[in-house]
Ligand binder design. Structure first.
Ligand SMILES: [Zn+2]
Length: 192
C-alpha cells in the first residue's frame, strides 16, 4: 500500500495494484532481475526501474525514458492489472522460485532443417543484453525457448558455459554473429 506521500496523490499503490521492491544487490535482490521477471508475467501492467518505464498495457516493446520525479534507481516499481489483484501465485523470482516449470524432454540434436512449426511465444526483450554470468528469469525464458526449439540445454536461469555454447550455435544457425550475447536481434530470432 502507499505510504503517506503516495496517499497524497493518485497512485496504483493506494489501490493495492502495485508494489515496490528495493534494489539491494548485496543481499541478492537486483532491480534488473525483478524488472525482467515482472515484464514476463501476464499480471504486470507496467514496470518502472532505473529511469525507465515499460508499459505492457500500452503495448511497449522496449524501455522508454521515465521522466517522473523519482528516478527509481533504488527500487523497482511494478503495477499490476487490477484483475490480477487476487492472483496469489508466486512471481518466480526467488532462487528456485519457478520450480513448477516442467520442461519437455530434450531432443538429442538441434532440428535438422529450418524452423520447427511452433506457436510463436511472445516474451518482451528484457531491455539489457543477456550474457555469460547472468542469472535471471529472462535467462530461464531463453533456455526454455531453446529447449522447445529442440536444443539440448538445462533450464536453471543461469547463463553458464552450456547456455553460452548453445546460444552461439543457435546464432550461427540463424546467420547471426555468434558472440554468445542475447541482444535484441537474437531475442527476436528466438521468440518470433
Ligand atoms: Zn512504487
Amino acid at each position: 500500500m502507499g505510504d503517506a506521500r503516495h496517499q497524497a496523490r493518485p497512485s496504483d499503490h493506494n489501490l493495492g495494484n502495485a508494489f515496490d521492491i528495493t534494489h539491494d544487490p548485496s543481499t541478492g535482490c537486483h532491480g534488473d532481475v525483478i524488472a525482467s521477471a515482472a515484464l514476463q508475467d501476464p499480471r504486470t501492467k507496467y514496470v518502472i526501474w532505473n529511469r525507465r518505464i515499460w508499459n505492457l498495457e500500452r503495448g511497449d516493446r522496449a524501455w522508454r525514458h521515465y521522466t517522473g520525479d523519482n528516478p527509481h534507481t533504488h527500487h523497482c516499481h511494478v503495477s499490476i492489472r487490477s484483475g490480477a489483484r487476487n492472483d496469489t501465485r508466486p512471481w518466480g523470482w526467488a532462487p528456485g522460485g519457478s520450480a513448477d516449470v516442467t520442461p519437455p524432454p530434450a531432443q538429442a540434436t538441434p532440428p535438422s532443417n529450418g524452423t520447427p512449426a511452433l506457436p510463436s511465444e511472445q516474451h518482451p526483450y528484457p531491455g539489457v543484453p543477456l550474457k555469460k554470468g547472468d542469472r535471471s528469469e529472462s535467462v530461464r525464458a531463453v533456455q526454455t525457448r531453446l529447449r522447445r526449439l529442440g536444443w539440448r540445454i538445462g533450464i536453471d536461469a543461469v547463463f553458464g558455459p552450456e547456455t553460452d555454447r548453445v546460444v552461439r550455435a543457435f546464432q550461427r544457425r540463424r546467420g547471426l554473429e555468434d558472440d554468445g550475447i542475447v541482444g535484441p536481434r537474437t531475442w527476436r530470432a528466438l521468440f518470433s
